[in-house]
Every structure is written in structure tokens, then in C-alpha cells.
Design a protein around this ligand. Sequence first.
Ligand SMILES: Nc1ncnc2c1ncn2[C@@H]1O[C@H](COP(=O)(O)OP(=O)(O)OP(=O)(O)O)[C@@H](O)[C@H]1O
Ligand SMILES: [Mg+2]
Length: 252
Amino acid sequence: MALLETRDLTKEFGGLRALDRVNIAVERGELVSLIGPNGSGKSTLINTITGMLEPTAGDITYAGTDLVGMKPFEIAQLGVGRSFQTASIFPELTVSENVEVAAFAAEHDSFSVNFFRRRDAYDEVRERTDHILETIELDAKAEETAEALPYGDKRRLEVAIGLATGPDLMFMDEPTAGMSPGETEMTVSLIRELLEDWGMTIFLVEHDMDVIFDVSDRIFTLHEGQVIARGPPEEIRDDPAVREAYLGGEEA
Ligand SMILES: Nc1ncnc2c1ncn2[C@@H]1O[C@H](COP(=O)(O)OP(=O)(O)OP(=O)(O)O)[C@@H](O)[C@H]1O
Ligand SMILES: [Mg+2]
């Protein structure tokens, strides 16, 4: 059974069909990417799966559980995470405090007040925070104030905050957007580490095709809300429908 599966997932905004009967399946441990021109429905797909948007029709199952109708925090508790946008960073807290807050929030949701009564609760959160900051290579900046970080470090702090909730499946929406080549390279090696050492499953939305073709096991291509191609990178690269979608659009 696939870890995540959508069946005929459809999302309409008024008269606009942003997702049109999308069927995708993600296996545990793989890295799948979602590509497609601007406005093709990529963010809408992530937002619908993670409970930020309610689908108009269709099913979503995660590890056999029906996600439709669940609240975002309930879906997060099942092990579905996402790397948040900058809005989720507390600018005046330090890097490590930001991760600790997220880790505590996750525990609070799942174990309620009992977690805070346990004497070792803080040690556990600290340990998890240290491990995350090491992985993300922000350990040297753990005590720096978040707002003082350069852009690339802020983006990686978002990933760290996403990891603090302990997800099995992580959605990343354009993690390298606006990054320098060096920062992009760092993010790619981070993604590899999450896959190989942490055993995570990753669902990536990304505009940088070099990154996509480099890290993906499989790629889904969306065009006007429909999946027009799916397969390993070498197939997608030469797929005429994918080329047409990109070259035919105004944004290409
Ligand atoms: N909350 C909303 N209300 C109305 N229309 C929306 C909403 N969110 C997205 N849309 C529309 O749905 C379509 C898909 O948008 P979406 O943001 O999912 O595209 P995308 O593939 O993520 O694009 P990009 O590559 O620019 O991030 C677009 O036409 C967009 O204008
Ligand atoms: Mg988007």
C-alpha cells in the first residue's frame, strides 16, 4: 500500500478548477517531485493534502487513514510535515528556541499536558533540537537571533521547524527559491540526508530543474490542474507533453 494516495482529487475556486481529478501515489522512502508551469496547481495540491484547503471532490489517504475533513494539526500529528514559510519563524527568538517551540508544540498536540509534567520532557526536546540543527548545519548559529540570519539560513530554519514535529513525510514547496548556488547545494545535500539517514519520504515542489532531475526518484507534472506526465527523471526530461506545457505557456 502506498504511503500517500490521492484519488480523483479535485479543487475548485469558484469557476476555476485548480486540481482536476489528480491521482498520485507516493511510496514510503521515495522522493517525488511535482513540477508544472506557474498556476498549474502545485501549491494547491500540497495545501489540499495537508488540510489547509478542503477538496471539492476526491479522496486522500495517508498510511490508510482518510485525510479529507481533518484539520491541519491532526494531519501533522499523523506524521505529515511541511517546511513552513518565513511567517512561522519567531524573529526575536534564537535559532534553537525556534526549533524548540515547534517541537514542544508538536508534543503538546499529541500528548497534551502530560508531556510537560514529565521531568525529562525538556531534555528530549533539546536533544531533538540539537540533532536537527546539526543535520541542517545551523548548530554553529544556534544562539543567534533568527532575524539576524542571512536569507539561505532563514529558509533552512524553516525546514528545521518543519522537522521539529518529527514527520515521516515532508512537503517542501520551493525550498531553494531565491538561494545562491552555494545555498542550493547545501539544501540538496540536506534533502539527501533526510532521505538516506532519516528515512524520510519527501514530496518536493521546485522550479530549479537541475535540482529536480538530480534528486527525484519520480516526477509528476501538473498542467492546468491535471497530471499530464509521471515517471523517472530521464522519462520526464524527454516527454513531449511536459515540454509543450512549459514552452506553450506564457511564462515559459
Ligand atoms: N485561495 C485561492 N483562491 C482562488 N484561486 C486560487 C487560490 N489559490 C490558488 N488559486 C488559483 O489556482 C490556480 C493554481 O494555483 P497554485 O498556487 O496552486 O499554482 P502553483 O502551481 O503553485 O503556481 P506557482 O508555480 O506560481 O507557485 C491558479 O490559477 C491560482 O490563481
Ligand atoms: Mg506554488
